[in-house]
Design a protein around this ligand. Structure first.
Ligand code: ADP
Length: 439
């Protein structure tokens, strides 16, 4: 029952009372009977009214409960709006702010009260307002825009980067009624992006610088190698002259020129190799060769160095098939670098070279009883120009390129190198290579 039904019912009772009144006027019955009849009728009407009143009361209660629930729900939404971490604004179709939550006020450094009635465009820097306006006009066709990035400004004019999402609000007829804005400060994100960009740029510059360095090294090494070959060639020719044509003092000088030039050339070769390896320009010249022969010949070449220091030098070769496919010059280079280091850093005891096979892999082991390497230095020794014991290595000579070249070569061959060492007891370098290296 609603208020309309109830009014209807009262009308009906009134009508019946009127009818009764009229009947009483014209009725032939005695007045006590008429009165009784009227009372009866009135009683019935009263009861009906009671029922109606009860129904109405119940409905009123239900209505009050529903209103309370609605109010609670409204409060909940209001709180959600108020305390949302992002700025929320509601504007009319022209962009005049009707509502703003706390975060929005915080973002624009002002109060919610101040924001009401202001135009949102006031919080866009002047030089960007035209673009903002035209974007706003285009909004009418789009209904919604996600993550529109704009520059905004606080009430005091402090600028910040903001990401905005806008949704159209329509009335019951579907006409534009306003806009709902979600505004987020993305200055920190923008700064991080700018930093990332700067780092990327710096990285590119570093890569370019490193490429230039490698190129410079390659060119320089090539330019240095040419005159070195001339010095070596001519000093070698001089050394071949008969004794009577060459005073001993002069011979000694030429010998020193020859040896120094040889060392310098080796150094230049190392730099050249390293720059090529670093820039990925070194290519392996693959061919089949006998590894046992190569290891024996190379070790024998270095035997005199070991003998000068009274060191023993042993070779153990255990290969069922000594033929492998690889770049023989580069395998030799690996062995020479490891072996000359082993001899260089050993004063007592000896050095051994061992070759064996494990399935389709070849293992090359160079062991010495020398000064050893501290655990903390083991990782560093493969880095270019790293020399662990500076004073000792200065005495022994060297550039710190040998192991870096070995490491890069081994990886180019898809192999692996490991080292085990104990200070004062010696070192063991293990190189594992595939039997067949493919390009
Ligand atoms: P270097 O030209 O100085 O020998 P390397 O790259 O060949 O350069 O070696 C780097 C450093 O690793 C050496 O200076 C030395 O300190 C250490 N090292 C290499 N091999 C050995 C070894 N067999 N015993 C002890 N130390 C070694």
């Amino acid at each position: 029952m609603n208020a309309y039904d109830f009014a209807h019912q009262i009308d009906a009772v009134r009508h019946r009372a009127d009818v009764l009144g009229n009947q009483a006027k014209i009725s032939p019955l005695p007045s006590s009977e008429i009165l009784h009849q009227c009372l009866e009728e009135l009683n019935t009407a009263l009861e009906e009214l009671h029922v109606a009143e009860e129904e109405l009361r119940q409905q009123n209660e239900e209505l009050a409960t529903a209103r309370q629930a609605m109010e609670l729900e409204r409060q909940r939404y209001q709180e959600l709006f108020e305390f949302a971490p992002d700025g929320y604004l509601v504007t009319d179709p022209q962009g005049k702010i009707q509502e703003a939550n706390r975060a929005a006020a915080r973002l624009l450094c002002t109060s919610q009260k101040f924001l009401k009635g202001k135009l949102l465009i006031n919080f866009i820097p002047e030089n960007e307002r035209r673009a903002f306006r035209s974007r706003l006009l285009r909004l009418h066709e789009m209904e919604q825009i996600q993550d529109w990035e704009v520059r905004m400004q606080t009430r005091e004019g402090i600028r910040f980067d903001a990401a905005i999402s806008v949704t159209m609000v329509r009335d019951n007829e579907g006409n534009l009624n306003g806009w709902r804005w979600l505004v987020r400060n993305i200055t920190a994100r923008k700064q991080a992006e700018a930093q990332m960009h700067a780092i990327r740029l710096e990285n590119l510059q570093l890569q370019e610088a490193s490429r230039m360095k490698s190129q410079f090294l390659a060119v320089m090494s090539h330019e240095l190698r040419t005159p070195m070959n001339a010095i070596l060639g001519f000093s070698q020719l001089l050394l071949r002259l008969p004794y009577h044509q060459f005073p001993p003092q002069a011979r000694n000088m030429v010998e020193r020129i020859f040896n120094s030039a040889k060392r310098l050339l080796a150094l230049i070769e190392d730099i050249l190799d390293f720059s090529k390896l670093e820039s990925g320009r070194l290519e392996l010249r693959l061919q089949e060769f006998n590894l046992a022969e190569l290891v024996t010949a190379t070790t024998e070449e270095l035997r005199c160095l070991a003998e000068q220091k009274h060191l023993t030098l042993y070779i153990y070769i255990n290969l069922s098939n000594p033929n492998i496919i690889n770049d023989s010059d580069r395998v030799r280079q690996i062995l020479v670098n490891l072996l000359s280091n082993a001899i260089k850093f050993t004063d007592i005891g000896g050095v051994s070279v061992e070759v064996m096979e494990i399935q389709d892999r070849i293992m090359l082991i160079v062991k010495d009883t020398g000064i050893g390497i501290a655990k903390a230095d083991l990782k560093k020794i493969f880095q270019e120009f790293r020399q662990v014991n500076q004073c000792l290595t200065r005495k022994q000579g060297g550039t710190g390129l040998g192991l870096a070249i070995v490491d890069q070569l081994v990886h180019l061959m898809k192999g692996n190198i490991t080292v085990e060492s104990k200070l004062g007891e010696g070192s063991t370098f293990r190189v594992e290579l595939p039997r067949i290296v493919s390009s």
